[in-house]
Design a protein around this ligand. Structure first.
Ligand SMILES: [Zn+2]
Length: 240
């Protein structure tokens, strides 16, 4: 092969490699910042074909000290997690990017994840309690139900364990563990692995104050990014 031929072959190999790299499907993660500016009291069935109805969105909680609405906190963390995940090569779809209207409800959110063929449908929330001493991080995943969640149960449970571990490590709040839920509309309508993180309790003064800071919002985002990448069998090192 002539020098020019070798060069041409080299260029071809490099472009084929580049093409192959670009062709490799990037996993899609759907981030769902819970709630919106306004509650939505319209009801919807808790699962496909169900006669059990639940309201679309009661509106979430708010910071007992800061007054920060949960919808705003969820979005701040989600936007930070989006940046980290995109930098790590993940394609991110958001269910919302603003806090401005009536909440779309949980069937609509699950459908966004289904349509995107999400490798993970990650729902981001913070909790509230009548008891201000209740605090800590926990993660929910769908209970097993044939015809609704049988296809996503195992992967969702695995994702919940990994993300909960990383989120607790990142935030340093008490580990309140995992919770299986049969009554979550957003889980029962999902056809892709789905989890819901409750980052902390906004009704606890300590956790409210911390979660309202940029530093802790970033910590939460790093935890979510690391958990997501580990669930997808990728290196979490790219999150920090
Ligand atoms: Zn919530």
């Amino acid at each position: 092969m002539s020098a020019r031929g070798v060069l041409a072959a080299g260029v071809l190999a490099v472009s084929l490699f580049a093409a192959a790299t670009h062709a490799a499907p990037r996993p899609v993660v759907v981030l769902d910042p819970g709630h919106d500016r306004y509650a939505n009291l319209v009801t919807e069935p808790i699962g496909p074909g169900s006669s059990v109805l639940k309201i679309k969105d009661g509106g979430g909680t708010r910071g007992v000290v800061t007054g920060l609405p949960e919808a705003d906190l969820n979005l701040r963390v989600a936007l930070r997690a989006r940046s980290l995940l995109e930098r790590a090569g993940i394609r991110v779809v958001m269910t919302r990017t603003r806090t401005q209207g009536k909440s779309m409800g949980n069937i609509a959110r699950a459908r966004i994840a289904n349509r995107a063929h999400a490798a993970l449908y990650l729902r981001i929330h913070a909790d509230g309690s009548a008891d201000p001493s209740v605090r800590g991080t926990h993660t929910l995943y769908p209970a097993f139900r044939r015809g609704w969640t049988d296809d996503i149960y195992t992967a969702s449970r695995r994702a919940a364990g990994i993300v909960q571990h990383e989120l607790v490590r990142a935030l340093g709040f008490p580990d309140d563990g995992l919770q299986e839920r049969a009554d979550y509309t957003g889980f029962n309508w999902a056809n892709v692995p789905a989890i819901l993180v409750e980052m902390g309790f906004m009704t606890n003064p300590t956790e409210d104050r911390l979660l309202a800071t940029a530093a802790y919002e970033q910590r939460a985002a790093v935890g979510l990014c690391r958990g997501t990448l580990r669930f997808l069998a990728r290196s979490p090192a790219r999150c920090s």
